[in-house]
Design a protein around this ligand. Structure first.
Ligand SMILES: Nc1ncnc2c1ncn2[C@@H]1O[C@H](COP(=O)(O)OP(=O)(O)OP(=O)(O)O)[C@@H](O)[C@H]1O
Ligand SMILES: [Mg+2]
Length: 285
């Protein structure tokens, strides 16, 4: 599987440094997590060659460099955060149009589109106009267009925003399947998206990469540090800044929270990605 290597990549807009000296590898199914404004979209736009980085080096498999934009583009399929298409064209027409723009010859394009429509479960919608599609269908068309030409790297920005629960579940499963045989980079601020779809995780906070590694490594950072128990509202209030989640049950709260940092205590609550994500993004605040 293709590997993207970033070395000391930085980006500044006017006087604001949006990406700070990023050095890491992207391979397999990789989830890029971070709060709003962390720099996820900026990083993806750099990786798709839409905008240049200010400094640093990026390569694919230590061979293809971002200095050679045309070569890089042939490796990458991209579904942007705000995705739309020609509203009055049908799904099929749109995909054919985009395939031709990508330089795929018409007979090959038609065959490829037929198989992508099948894979994305869009067969019965191919004659619908883009403006008639639901959010989930449009997102699936978005993946189909990104996969035209069968690129080995797929970059997907905030794939599940605005989808209802059912579409979200279906879309995650689709991404999981696509990630089995190619490198896929997914950005999201919804922790559950990466929990289900990705094996590797990177966390951005204000332009800095504060974690990168396997999902299990991330969870192990907070192993033994979480407790879950019933507390009174006053007791819950007293540890407000350590609370992860809180469920009201009659006059008590079931509270999930981090044990005191000074404490040596080890708990046996199984950590989730969400616990670890909150732990890291809250640190120092
Ligand atoms: N073209 C631009 N000019 C100036 N500042 C920008 C530009 N694009 C983004 N920014 C700023 O850079 C920072 C990172 O933005 P970016 O869109 O990369 O974050 P993000 O992690 O994708 O956020 P979100 O979760 O909201 O999509 C933000 O503070 C944003 O305001
Ligand atoms: Mg974004």
């Amino acid at each position: 599987m293709e590997r993207i290597h970033l070395k000391e990549v930085s980006k500044t807009y006017k006087d604001k440094q949006v990406l700070k000296n990023l050095t890491f590898d992207i391979q397999g199914s990789f989830g890029l997590l971070g709060p709003n404004g962390a720099g996820k979209t900026t990083l993806m736009r750099i990786l798709t060659t839409l905008i240049p980085a200010d400094t640093g080096e990026i390569t694919i498999n230590d061979q293809v460099s971002w200095d050679n934009q045309n070569a890089v583009r042939s490796y990458i399929g991209y579904l942007p955060q705000h995705f739309s298409l020609y509203k009055n064209m049908t799904v099929n027409e749109c995909l054919l149009h985009l395939a031709i723009l990508k330089g795929i010859k018409k007979p090959e394009a038609e065959a490829e589109i037929a198989s992508l429509l099948q894979e994305m479960n869009l067969q019965e919608h191919k004659k619908k106009k883009i403006k008639q599609l639901s959010g989930g269908m449009l997102r699936r068309v978005g993946i189909a267009q990104a996969l035209l030409g069968n690129p080995p790297l797929l970059i997907v920005d905030e794939p599940t925003v605005g989808l209802d629960i059912e579409e979200r579940v279906r879309f995650r499963n689709l991404l999981r399947k696509i990630g089995r045989n190619r490198t896929i980079l997914i950005s999201t601020h919804i922790v559950e998206d990466v929990e289900i779809t990705c094996d590797y995780i990177g966390i951005l906070k204000q332009g800095e990469l504060i974690f990168t590694g396997r999902k299990e490594e991330l969870k192990s950072l907070v192993k033994g540090k979480i407790r879950e128990e019933y507390l009174t509202p006053d007791e819950a209030d007293a540890i407000q800044n350590r609370v992860i989640s809180l469920k009201q049950e009659n006059d008590k709260y079931l509270v999930r929270y981090f044990v005191d940092e000074q404490s040596e205590e080890q708990t046996d609550v199984s950590p989730t990605i969400e616990d670890a994500y909150l732990f890291l993004t809250r640190k120092g605040e």
